[in-house]
Design a protein. Sequence first.
Length: 255
Amino acid sequence: MNMHTSDRNDLPDEPPIRRVFRDVIADRLADPQPPQAAMLFQSSVDPFWTDDRFFLGDFYNGILHQDTCQPGTAAGVPLLAALAVDDRVPPQQRFKAIDLLFSTATAADRHLADCWPNSPRHADPESEDRAREAVRSHTPDLLARWAVECPAVRLALAGLAVVFPTARTLPALTPRLRGFVEQHPQGTDIGDYVRFILVLAAENNNQTLATVESLTDAYWEGTSRGAPTPARALHLLGQMLNRVGTGLTRSRPGE
């Protein structure tokens, strides 16, 4: 039985999303649980226990702190993975969980591109490597849910797929994203995002560099041309995924 069962029976009023998260984690992860799980089970850990908005911000920030990997980040990855594969979690939060997994896995590359030629100020290479490998270990299970996921979550999964390319997943992206390409023209947030995913899936460095330059000039925060192309590409893709996520809070994409 989960060691937090006694805490679950005597909790103050709380937003429904915390109860959902707690039930999912209690069901899916065995003890000992990651330190970040304490926010789900112990009201004394969170001063904003009854506030949904503050809870979500603090919970996610406890795993990836201000977009920076720390020693405990890798331990929190299983929490995000468990939430991302459970249908009790609303699609918006499943999207957010995968978005955070993407950010965790790409932190080193994105910060390298952003700071080039300087070193990122708060970089922790050991923590970044462990967190990236933790995300890698969960990615196959996440991608296996493609057929049952809603379109919004599929968009986030597509980003994760090109972070950890395999001979099986990359060719699958073209048919899987065809509906998005047909319904969302170039020049729209989703349309540009899925087309860039397909460029990255082609693994052609020259084409990737040309696309990064084109999209950066048109829409996005640029990076130094001296930075490695893969890092620049993930820096750009992260911005695009954030923009897509913001748009999904206002509308639901079709397939």
